[in-house]
Design a binder for this molecule. Structure first.
Ligand SMILES: Nc1nc2c(ncn2[C@@H]2O[C@H](COP(=O)(O)OP(=O)(O)OP(=O)(O)O)[C@@H](O)[C@H]2O)c(=O)[nH]1
Ligand SMILES: [Mg+2]
Length: 615
């Protein structure tokens, strides 16, 4: 059971004193804090609770000037201990802290009505009524209110029981890759660099390899301590000190994070799902508290999804999927909202553009499909992983399952949801017809020209795979880097038509020993250039096939040869000589034909023989 208790509440409402009374530990560790009697930065303690065990406590400052430090503590807690002084009752930071706790993934709230010895019965009653009303208006409506005094010891035992009760109900969740937002870094003589923080997710073990972010510095966890005791492992919610190898103290500072590879992303643009409590404007400057960092940047809203915001930061930060965050105005630093990271590394997006909303609790397959939905340009593997905050390895089997179920298509790392691919394919094929109409005498079009005109940005190996897929579906014809739409017919002039018909007639009559361009010229009594020209036109029209350099057949001839081969050889393997004997032609035609059939995947060459492939 690793859960974290965190204090909250207005300045001087007795948070640190209460923690000392409960645990014997003074969480105000800085000399400046002792001098001023005021908490400045987060402090730490732990408590042994009946039926729960040892639980970490983080104590935060109440003064509004130190609210960024309060947030460093609050961002990791599971159970909040809101301290409200019985003599003063609800004050500005009481409200502000409660509002912050409501925006964070805090499970439970317990109210300590502190300094109870300073309030007479009537004052106490009034304070309780005021607190009850405050809490009732929050998502912690059922919170217990326990009057306590650090001086007389009143209520301390009841508070311990109440905290136990609050912690017992909730099971800790150690799923996911571990990461630790760093709130302190220092060196220990003979051991090197130690970083501390509240483990935000997962479970860390000694010997683990990790990355320090931003910067992606390789480190290793040499030792773990928790409340000054050495441990082999620590889990989410524990105040954790990690002794790291591989870095120097100057490499690390508060606000960075360390985590197992894949847990953290270095980012300056991310998306988050936010609940707003203040009024926000598109493009406004904001402070983003996440982990132990306060980053400055700009807020970008989305027209279609008011709950999805994009943040573009002045400098990169370490960021994890689902990481909780709090947003404040840059100046004055009023609370604006809070939520969770939904896309750790995002791309700049226009206000009117569709934002990707990834369901937080959704399974991986829903996540992948929601990233791909409506994306007619397709999405790359890395992009999907970034958006879901998962490694490609972690998503591998999910991709396979979705492929098998026909819900998505993959083209060398470019992924599509099936409906989005159909839409993209139609767009490409329509564009192909349009390009054909611009060049009516060219049978084939360069595939890149079509991709560009369709604005689909398909290129390289992705384009190879997509066209192979469309060609296998019979939706277009591919020859090298040229493509043709099956519905398109080249337009020939009457002269070209007449001459081409004579060429085809000659070829048909020649059986397998078809003429080359030179022989065509001689036979039809036309100049060599004219013969060459008309053969080219015939090829573009798809009425002449070039089987090899200087070897041409009509599609009908090829179809007939294939039929005869099937009839003669069936599933038996055959040698080139057998083929020659059956067709009674010379080697000059046999080898080009067989190689053409291999390339067409009609036959497969095995050693010196070939077999006809099953259809
Ligand atoms: N009489 C009485 N005084 C208390 C009690 N608890 C705290 N105090 C006094 O209240 C003052 C503030 O207490 P702290 O514990 O420092 O308050 P805090 O909430 O930690 O203050 P910040 O961290 O600065 O926000 C100190 O002078 C304490 O001695 C209590 O139960 N009874
Ligand atoms: Mg304090």
């Amino acid at each position: 059971m690793a859960k974290l208790i965190g204090t909250a509440g207005h300045v001087d409402h007795g948070k640190t004193t209460l923690i000392r009374a409960l645990t014997g530990i003074d969480a105000d560790r800085l000399p400046e804090e002792k001098k001023r009697g005021m908490t400045i930065d987060i402090g730490f303690a732990y408590i042994d609770l009946p039926e729960v065990g040892r639980v970490s406590i983080v104590d935060v400052p109440g003064h509004e000037k130190f609210i960024h430090n309060m947030l460093v503590g609050a961002l990791g807690i599971d159970v909040a201990l809101l301290c409200i002084s019985a003599d003063e009752a609800v004050m500005p930071q009481t409200r502000e802290h409660l509002q912050i706790l409501e925006l964070l993934p805090v499970d439970k709230l317990v109210v300590a009505l502190t300094r109870a010895d300073l309030a007479d019965a009537e004052t106490r009653e009034l304070a309780i009524a005021e607190v009850r009303e405050l809490v009732a208006g929050s998502r912690f409506g059922e919170a217990a209110i326990v009057p306590v005094s650090a001086i007389t010891g009143e209520g301390l035992e009841e508070l311990r029981q109440t905290l136990s009760q609050a912690l017992k109900g909730s099971e800790s969740d150690t799923k996911g890759a571990w990461y630790l937002p760093i709130d302190r870094a220092f060196t220990v003589k003979g051991h090197g660099v130690v970083v501390t923080g509240t483990l935000a997710q997962g479970k860390v073990k000694t010997g683990d390899k990790a990355l320090l972010m931003p910067g992606s510095i390789d480190v290793r966890v040499k030792a773990i301590r928790c409340h000054d005791e050495p441990l082999e492992q620590a889990e989410k919610g524990q105040r954790t000190a990690l002794n790291l190898t591989g870095i120097k103290l100057e490499d690390v500072k508060r606000g960075m994070a360390v985590g197992e590879p894949g847990a953290l992303f270095e980012t300056s643009i991310f998306d988050a799902q936010i609940t707003w409590v203040g009024s926000v404007k598109h493009g406004m400057r904001v402070r983003v508290s996440m982990g132990a960092e306060e980053a400055i940047g700009k807020l970008f809203l989305n027209d279609r999804e008011p709950g999805v915001a994009q943040f573009r930061l002045d400098a990169p930060v370490a960021c994890a999927m689902n990481q909780p965050l709090i947003i404040r105005r840059y100046s004055p630093p009023d609370l604006l909202g809070g939520g969770r990271v939904s896309v750790p590394q995002s791309k700049p997006r226009r206000k009117s553009e569709k934002a990707i909303v990834v369901e937080q609790k959704g399974s991986d397959d829903e996540g992948i499909l929601s990233v791909l939905e409506g994306q007619i340009a397709g999405v790359l593997t890395e992009e999907i992983c970034r958006r879901l905050g998962k490694t490609p390895q972690a998503l591998g089997t999910t991709f396979e399952t979705l492929l098998r179920e026909g819900k998505l298509l993959g083209f060398a790392g470019l992924w599509y949801a099936s409906p989005a691919f159909q839409e993209a394919a139609e767009k490409y094929l329509e564009t192909l017809l349009f390009v054909h109409s611009k060049f009516p005498t060219q049978a084939m079009q360069p595939r890149e020209r079509v991709a560009e005109a369709s604005k689909l940005k398909w290129a390289g190996k992705h384009l190879d795979r997509i066209l192979a897929h469309l060609s296998a579906e019979g939706r277009l014809t591919v020859q090298g880097t040229l493509i043709r739409h099956p519905e398109f017919k080249v337009q020939l002039s009457p002269r070209q038509r007449a001459l081409l018909d004579r060429v085809l007639d000659l070829m048909q009559k020649s059986g397998l020993s078809t003429p080359n361009v030179h022989e065509i010229g001689l036979n039809l009594n036309i100049p060599p250039q004219a013969a060459e020209e008309i053969v080219k036109v015939g090829m573009q029209a798809g009425e002449i096939l070039r089987v090899a350099e200087g070897v041409f057949y009509t599609p009908a001839q090829i179809a007939e040869i294939r039929q005869r081969m099937t009839a003669s050889f069936g599933k038996k393997s055959f040698a080139a000589a057998e083929f020659r004997d059956i067709f009674g032609t010379s080697r000059k035609y046999v080898i080009p034909l067989l190689e053409f059939f291999d390339a067409q995947r009609f036959t497969t060459r095995i050693g010196d023989n070939r077999v006809i492939n099953a259809p």
